[in-house]
Structures are given as structure tokens and as C-alpha cells.
Design a binder for this molecule. Structure first.
Ligand code: URP
Ligand code: ZN
Ligand code: ZN
Length: 459
């Protein structure tokens, strides 16, 4: 099968030029100024940007969490991702206490197999890593699961102690793996929560008010310090605030291999949403919580200055009516997480490029290239180059849309951005050369997405 994308403005993390692309057998075969050759199909990209498919390295499809299961499965969630121009996700498998690491990943393979619309990989949430299990970690790294998420939050559920963090970092670091850290001091947070509940503070806003930015900053500081002792890199997930960013910047200024992502919700939404009437604030109960608005410009500075390298979504949707409802009388029972996988690319194009905060190359780097490099996928993914997978988005920088649960494709009954008007939309989306989105319709086949065996950490 041969496809030619014609007349487009190709944008990668470093290039910006007009050329045609010949795709053959799912890969980019030729890039040339004017390709005059036969093909099975032609895509006209005049007046559009032609960008690498987005990589979202932080999603939770069908995650059992907080007494519910996130409402997108690997089919609905990856179709929604494709609609927005994301062609790869890295989702989080979970190892429960006492479970084998390898078995845990196998369980997530079963959830995803035959369902995904785009390519996918797994990180492993690791909750139990005694010395006897370390060989399994090394085995997984050699089999393409090179990243592991550890939690300093959620005592009694996901939290691991500092010894485990050090052990995981040391071994992952030696074997070419990468530790992703949920950095929040969950032990102190639980004490603060206890006091709040004792005072009858049960509304959704207390989720945010019991998780101070200092608890996140302390977690980030500790994660970086332990990584330094383990002589290993560390990647901070869903960084939400200026206090935590200061810790990352300080470490990077010292030359430590510290990396971090933030998410659109921390760039565009803020604490005031929790003050809405009644129970509505539950829609934004996620961890870390939304912060005071002034943090947003600090995060954009971090993105511009490369103290933050990646924008992921932490997509973990729970329906407002049936699932968030579990915590109507007690904010600690509201399932933590929100929807986002569909609109990351458009939100960042709009808020970043259209509003003049970053250039279009940095947009590509933050939404695709950097994640490919950090998570063992580059140059197969994350760029448009001869030999790379033809994961390509024809992106209209001028199309306007209004975000709404009435039109989105995620399996959740509300939008975190309801009514927000933005500019920039994926028009045609190719996954390994096959068109999966055309004229706003999903035209692929669930199950065509492949599991990605990722390489080792090489930054
Ligand atoms: O609230 C969130 N972020 N839910 C998903 C789990 C996590 O900590 O990433
Ligand atoms: Zn987390
Ligand atoms: Zn998450």
C-alpha cells in the first residue's frame, strides 16, 4: 500500500518545510519537494501542518481505582485519542501487592489486545519490589516495558517506601529503565485529610485544600535526592505547580538527569472550579489537584525553558453521574482522575502556539518527540523521517472547535473543558500508514494498534 501526502507543511521538533511524503508498508519511504509518482491514495495537505502523531505517555484505560473503573477502555479511549491526533499511548499496568511483575503486565495485555485503535505501550505501576522480584523488573525492561511508576501518595493502596524507591531506581537505572514518580507526600496528606474530615469538611474542594503544593514539592525533592543516590534518572509525572517545578529546575541546573511532565489541566484549569455550586467540583477531583491560577504561567515558563519536557494527559475518566457520585458525602471517596486524551494536541496548539507562548516545533517536541526519546520509542515514533513509522497527523491550525461532552468521543458524561473555544484540529490521522481518522470519523479497525516493545533509556 502506497500513500502520498502532498503539499503539506511538515513540522518536526526541529524542521519546518514544504514537501511531499511517500508512505510504503506503514513507514515513511521518501520525503521530497515534489513527488511525481503513482500511489494507491493521495492526501492533500495544502494549508495544513503535517506533524508526527502525538504520543501521550500517561493514560489510564479501564483502571480499577477508588472503588470504580476508569470509564474508557482500550477501544473507546484509543479511538478518542486518535480523533485528537494522538497515535501512541503509554498506559499504566498495575502490579498489586504480592503479585508478580510479569503477570501484572500480562493482565494489561489481556485488557488491551484486539481493542486498540493506535499503538500502545505499558509502564508498570510497581507496588511491591522485594529483592526476589528485581530480576522480573530487569526481564520486563529487556522485553520492552522499560518504565515503572512508583507512588509516594495513596498510603495502603499504591504507596511504596523510600527503600523500595531506591531499590527500584538503582536496578532500573542499571538496566536501562526509567522510574516515573507520583511525587506527593501521601503520609502527611492523609494526616491533613483526617483533620479535615473530623471538622466536617467533606465537599469536593477539600480534596484540593488537603493536598498542599508543599506536599508535591517535598515529594519531588525526595524523588530527585533518592535518584541521585541511586545514580539513576527520574521522571516526575503530572507536575502541577510552581513549588514542585522549582525543585526540578534546581536539579536540572545541577546537571542531574531529572525530567518532568505536566498536563493540560494544570495549564488551563485552576482551583476556582472546586468552588462551583454543590457537588460539581467533583468533576475536577484529580491528583495532584488543580492549583491557584498563577501557577499556570510558571508552568509555561518551565515548558519554554525545558525544565518540563513533556505534556501528557493523565487521562483517567470517571463518569460524573454514576462514578464521581461515590464521594458525594465524603471527598476522599470521589474516584480521582479526569478525562483528557482526546484534546491534548488541540489544547496545546491553541494555548501554546496560537496564543504565542511556544513555537510550532516546541509544540511537536512537547506532544510527541520528547516522550519518544525518553520512553525508548525514538526514532521509530516522535518524528517524520525516512524509516520512521508513518504515524502522521494532517493538522488544520485554523479550524475552530468548541469542547463539549456532546461532541467528544471519550466514554465519559462530561468535559473538563465544557464550552471552551479553541483553534487547531487533527483532520486526517494515520497510524503506521493506515488512515484512522478522516473527516471527523474513525475509519480504522479496533485491534489494529500494536503493542510497542520499547528500547532502553538513552538520554
Ligand atoms: O487523579 C489521578 N491522577 N488519577 C490517576 C492516577 C494517578 O495518580 O495518576
Ligand atoms: Zn499519579
Ligand atoms: Zn496517572
Amino acid at each position: 500500500m502506497k500513500t502520498i501526502i502532498k503539499n503539506g507543511n511538515i513540522v518536526t521538533a526541529v524542521d519546518n518545510y514544504f514537501a511531499d511524503i511517500l508512505i510504503e508498508d506503514g513507514k515513511v519511504a521518501i520525503i521530497g519537494a515534489k513527488l511525481h509518482m503513482d500511489a494507491d491514495q493521495f492526501i492533500d495537505a495544502a494549508d495544513k501542518l503535517v506533524i508526527p502523531g502525538g504520543i501521550d505517555p500517561h493514560t489510564h484505560m479501564e483502571l480499577p481505582f477508588g472503588g470504580a473503573s476508569s470509564s474508557d477502555d482500550f477501544k473507546t479511549g484509543t479511538i478518542a485519542a486518535a480523533h485528537g491526533g494522538t497515535t501512541t499511548i503509554i498506559d499504566f499496568a498495575v502490579q498489586y501487592h504480592g503479585e508478580s511483575l510479569v503477570e501484572a503486565v500480562d493482565n494489561w495485555h489481556k485488557k488491551a489486545e484486539g481493542k486498540t485503535a493506535i499503538d500502545y505501550g505499558f509502564h508498570l505501576i510497581t507496588t511491591d519490589l522485594p529483592d526476589e522480584r528485581v530480576p522480573e523488573m530487569r526481564q520486563l525492561i529487556s522485553e520492552g516495558v522499560m518504565s515503572f511508576k512508583l507512588f509516594m501518595a495513596y498510603p495502603g493502596v499504591f504507596l511504596v517506601d523510600d527503600a523500595t524507591i531506591y531499590r527500584a531506581m538503582k536496578n532500573a537505572g542499571e538496566a536501562g529503565g526509567l522510574i516515573c514518580m507520583h511525587a506527593e507526600n501521601g503520609v502527611v496528606i492523609n494526616e491533613i485529610i483526617k483533620h479535615a474530615l473530623a471538622e466536617g469538611k467533606t465537599a469536593p474542594k477539600y480534596h484540593a485544600l488537603t493536598r498542599p503544593t508543599k506536599a508535591e514539592a517535598e515529594g519531588v525533592h525526595r524523588a530527585i535526592a533518592i535518584a541521585e543516590m541511586a545514580e539513576a534518572p527520574v521522571y516526575i509525572v503530572h507536575l502541577s505547580c510552581s513549588d514542585a517545578l522549582d525543585e526540578v529546575r534546581e536539579a536540572r541546573d545541577l546537571g542531574l538527569p531529572t525530567y518532568a511532565e505536566t498536563c493540560p489541566q494544570y495549564l488551563f484549569l485552576d482551583y476556582s472550579l472546586y468552588e462551583r455550586e454543590g457537588f460539581e467540583g467533583a468533576k475536577w477531583v484529580m491528583t495532584p489537584p488543580l492549583r491557584e491560577k498563577w501557577n499556570q504561567e510558571k508552568l509555561w515558563q518551565g515548558l519554554k525553558g525545558n525544565d518540563l519536557q513533556v505534556i501528557s494527559t493523565d487521562h483517567c475518566p470517571f463518569c460524573f453521574k454514576e462514578q464521581k457520585e461515590l464521594g458525594r458525602d465524603d471527598f476522599t471517596k470521589i474516584p480521582n482522575g479526569g478525562p483528557g486524551v482526546e484534546h491534548r494536541m488541540s489544547l496545546i496548539y491553541n494555548g501554546g502556539v496560537a496564543e504565542g507562548r511556544i513555537d510550532v516545533n516546541r509544540f511537536v517536541e512537547l506532544t510527541s518527540t520528547a516522550a519518544a526519546k525518553l520512553f525508548g520509542l525514538f526514532p521509530r515514533k516522535g518524528t517524520i523521517a525516512v524509516g520512521s513509522d508513518a504515524d502522521i497527523v494532517v493538522f488544520d491550525p485554523n479550524e475552530e472547535m468548541v469542547l463539549s461532552s456532546a461532541t467528544h468521543h471519550m466514554n465519559v458524561d462530561y468535559s473538563a473543558y465544557e464550552g471552551m473555544k479553541i483553534r487547531g484540529a487533527a483532520k486526517t490521522v494515520l497510524s503506521r500508514g493506515r488512515i484512522v481518522i478522516e473527516k471527523g470519523e474513525y475509519v480504522g479497525r479496533p485491534g489494529d494498534g500494536e503493542f510497542l516493545k520499547r528500547g532502553t533509556f538513552s538520554m
